[in-house]
Design a protein around this ligand. Structure first.
Ligand SMILES: [Zn+2]
Length: 454
């Protein structure tokens, strides 16, 4: 018996020695040599680096030597910029597959996974979080959770939890706190790591959701705009991940409504006018409003994060970059002109001024699309963040490390560091030299494999 164990041990030692030998002989999955590596922690570019990748992970980073160049599977970056890949923290599947299509046949899951992936990876986005979706798509989402280098890494959230039976397809109704607990436990059992709540949730239910998510080590995000619950209250209850910078303005408007302040200058809040009303709300409140500033202070105190989603407001009024050719979806064709369009553009400036204030105050910003053509949108969002005054080296961090941190996934994604997944972008032209180079040709590496369309 003892002898058997001995020989087993010798075999294991031999095997590990052999694999070690194989490894040191340079048989890496991929080696990128002569790279200008963007370090998101220091915000600096480190030239002449070699990245050694094994089993989809970054194993070693060192100065490029002449031997690295001769290694098998080495690609020469020729000093081009290598950055971590980007993350979309705010996707809804209806933007990809439509509002009515129901994908429930397992035979279709792979095709839909490919369709979703092709919306992202060519643009450098390799990780996506759902910000609420239909429960009938849960089996499909579960099948996508088995990671595969050919597809994006997808993190579902289930339906956005609401205390009001809205019947909206991306919402999941929870009648009381017991319901909240069982729903979150159900998602957890399915392997979900994220929960989403919508503003139509009651205080007790939100409190329970935050507590339950925390107990199960799940991240919780909220689209809160003072409908059933205020941002202030949600902060007090411990919510830290907020969605859409515009919600801060809407929170103040709601506060004015409660105080019976005269809002007759604003367009009516109905189906026809609600979009224009939002831009006018930005104008009405203004980025220097004291209530907004105190919300920023609150975010600072609570180390909260927020997803700006600026493209959502820039694109329909012609303020998003057109070089990456994002189609104007029917519902975004607002057909505003003259004074109305100019008022909307002015309103957008107030929104961007608020985002700059959030940035200036050290609030963690992350990147989310929340619309059609999400991969292209992430790049547009990054350009908008840059245009409002955030330097491109910080913008790159927002779309990578900050977003990974918000997803509680920075152990795996967000920076080029030993032990993290090899999710990388090799830019033909550096966005640090010219922001528009974000749209330039790029080689995207996912799990250590150069991604190609299948
Ligand atoms: Zn959304």
């Amino acid at each position: 018996m003892l002898k058997n164990i001995d020989s087993l041990l010798i075999t294991i030692i031999l095997l590990s020695f052999l694999s070690c030998d194989r490894y040191s002989a340079g048989d890496y999955q991929l080696v990128i040599v002569n790279a200008s590596v963007y370090n998101v922690n220091t915000l600096q570019v480190e030239k002449n680096k070699s990245i050694f990748i094994q089993n989809g992970l970054i194993k070693k980073i060192s100065k490029t030597t002449s031997t690295d160049i001769t290694l098998k599977n080495a690609i020469d970056a020729h000093q081009k910029l290598l950055t971590p890949s980007f993350i979309d923290v705010h996707n809804h599947l209806n933007f990809i597959f439509g509002d009515t299509i129901e994908i429930t046949n397992p035979k279709d899951f792979q095709t839909s996974r490919r369709i979703l992936t092709e919306q992202y990876i060519p643009y450098g986005v390799t990780v996506v979080r759902s910000a609420g979706g239909r429960e009938l798509h849960i089996p499909m989402e579960q099948s996508w959770m088995k990671h595969h280098p050919d597809y994006i890494d997808y993190y579902p959230s289930g339906g956005a939890l609401v205390s009001l039976d809205t019947k909206f397809y991306n919402h999941t109704y929870v009648s009381d706190s017991t319901d909240v607990v069982s729903k979150i436990k159900e998602y957890h059992k399915l392997g979900f790591e994220h929960i989403k709540v919508y503003s139509l949730i009651k205080e007790t239910e939100l409190k329970t959701a935050i507590r339950t998510a925390r107990e199960l080590d799940m991240s919780i995000f909220g689209h809160i705009e003072n409908s059933m619950i205020s941002i202030e209250k949600a902060c007090e209850l411990g919510l830290t991940n907020f969605e859409h910078a515009k919600t801060l303005f809407l929170e103040v408007i709601r506060k004015y409504e409660i105080a019976s302040k005269d809002l007759s200058n604003l367009p009516p809040d109905d189906d026809e006018n609600w979009r224009y009303r939002e831009y006018e709300a930005f104008n009405f409140i203004g980025a220097n409003n004291p209530s907004l500033l105190s919300l920023i202070e609150l975010f600072k105190k609570n180390s909260a994060s927020i997803t700006p989603t600026l493209h959502l407001y820039a694109h329909p009024i012609g303020l998003a970059n057109t070089d990456n050719q994002i189609a104007m979806h029917e519902e975004d064709q607002l057909k505003w002109s003259g004074v109305k369009l100019n008022r909307a553009k002015k309103g957008f400036k107030e929104l961007t001024a608020l985002v700059y204030k959030l940035y200036e105050n050290g609030i963690m910003l992350n990147s989310g699309s929340d619309t059609y053509e999400p991969g292209k949108t992430i790049l547009s969002e990054m350009l908008l963040l840059n245009e409002l005054g955030i330097p491109m080296n910080e913008v790159l961090k927002i779309a990578s490390l900050n977003s990974a941190k918000t997803l509680n996934k920075s152990r795996s994604y967000g920076s080029i560091e030993v032990g993290k997944k090899a999710h990388l972008i090799l830019f033909d032209k550096s966005p640090l030299t010219n922001p528009l180079n974000l749209l330039s040709k790029k080689t995207v590496i996912k799990d250590g494999i150069v991604w190609v369309k299948h």
